[in-house]
Write a protein that binds this ligand. Structure first.
Ligand SMILES: *Cc1c(COP(=O)(O)O)cnc(C)c1O
Length: 388
């Protein structure tokens, strides 16, 4: 997207919109292809939980499907139903597995549950028995994250339960890494070894270990199917090297007002900021209710968040409030910043990782929370579509 394209798109946003999120679907598709190439000959799926990390599964999912992705991972049954409605023949894994008494609804949805305990396996095998059939599923074994998954003891006892195993149509054995963002972390090799050992005790099935960061750990971690999420959306999860993906979104918010503030006066709640020189302060239409984290407030003497105003980085001053932030634009050259201008909150000069770091969190959280009240524009080769 060139800057004149961007200006053109921004000029068409309804005047009432406080902000706009531009989502590049071709970029998302390219990112997925790029990850697919990294893990080849293993297969590459896509994690589209949480509304495709907040970017809109209704738009993202068809782009990935068209790019050739056949296997999708979601967290909840409602998400599985959304994906199913978009691609009737896709393989959909349900990472949360079976809720108590939830097996029938999952079976009827056509999603494949990722079973993480003997209880869940008993429910699934029980339903299969009642229907006099086998039912397709994945099994999650815990290799050291201690979050979900069968323990080593569970795997051993399952391997002795022919009554359960014979009712499972096992499509995937998976596990999840704790420290894959750090290439040299000793836990990576430990978890890999435990995964291989535990999978060996189960019926033969394709194996999956790597999320976005694990993809970058190299072929030893790719097994049969990789399941990246964040990297598809342009996120850099891996610390040691750049993942070959590009940022897929830009977020702009409106300048509502520009004012002069003299030394001695204060800006925002709790009067945490007072300029040391006559300052120009712009008030922008975004706040913590829009995913602009309150931790991006500038603590006294420290820098908080940064926005880009007409190509120049400007600091957040004072507290972030629910709907508004204040930025110091004193040093932005003329022509003067004015009401109605756009300020860039996320973009090429302001990554979601940088924002996450400044807010004491990670890019993932920034991505999944951004832009609840913003206008959305989805861009691809065919043009631009507005949502909302
Ligand atoms: C969310 C999730 C993923 C995707 O992780 P990313 O870091 O976004 O690539 C993969 N596997 C499991 C089990 C997950 O919960």
């Amino acid at each position: 997207m060139t800057s004149s394209d961007t200006d053109e798109l921004l000029s068409k946003v309804p005047a009432s919109a406080p902000g706009v999120v531009l989502i590049d679907l071709d970029c998302i598709a390219d990112n997925w292809r790029s990850l697919r190439d990294v893990v080849s000959p293993a297969q590459c799926g896509a994690v589209v939980k949480a509304d495709a990390y907040g970017l809109g599964v209704r738009y993202v999912m068809p782009a990935l499907y068209e790019a050739g992705c056949q296997t999708f991972f979601v967290a909840t049954l409602a998400e599985a139903d959304d994906v199913r409605a978009l691609a009737s023949d896709a393989t959909i894994y349900l990472l949360d597995g079976l809720m108590l008494d939830g097996a029938t609804a999952v079976a009827d949805s056509g999603a494949l549950p990722v079973l993480s305990s003997i209880d869940e396996i008993e429910d699934w095998a029980g339903l299969a028995g009642a229907r006099n059939t086998t039912l397709p599923c994945a099994i999650h074994v815990d290799s050291g994250l201690n979050r979900l998954g069968l323990s080593a003891d569970d795997v051993l006892s399952l391997s002795q339960r022919a009554d359960l195993v014979e009712r499972l149509d096992l499509r995937l054995v998976m596990s999840h890494l704790a420290c894959a963002d750090e290439a040299d972390h000793p836990k990576n090799a430990e978890q890999r070894q435990r995964f291989v050992h535990l999978a060996g005790l189960l019926p033969n099935a394709p194996m999956s270990l790597a999320a976005s960061d694990g993809v970058m750990l190299g072929p030893d971690f790719h097994f049969d199917l990789a399941r990246p999420g964040y990297a598809i959306y342009g996120g850099q999860a891996f610390c040691d090297r750049r993942t070959p993906v590009d940022a897929a979104l830009r977020v702009f918010v409106r300048v509502l007002q520009v004012r002069n503030v003299v030394p001695g006066a204060t800006v925002g709640y709790s009067a945490t900021y007072s300029p040391s020189r006559p300052a120009r302060i712009a008030t922008l239409a975004t706040g913590y209710a829009d995913g602009y984290f309150r931790h991006l407030s500038a603590a006294s003497g420290e820098i908080g968040g940064t926005c880009i105003v007409r190509g120049y980085p400007v600091p957040v001053v004072g507290r972030v409030s629910m709907d508004l932030i204040t930025v110091d634009i004193t040093d932005v050259p003329k022509p003067a910043v004015a009401r109605g201008d756009w300020a860039e909150v996320v973009g090429p000069k302001q990554s979601i990782e940088a924002m996450g770091k400044a807010a004491g969190t990670i890019g993932y959280e920034v991505l999944t929370r951004l832009g609840a009240r913003a206008h959305r524009i989805y861009i691809d080769r065919k043009g631009a579509r507005s949502d909302k």
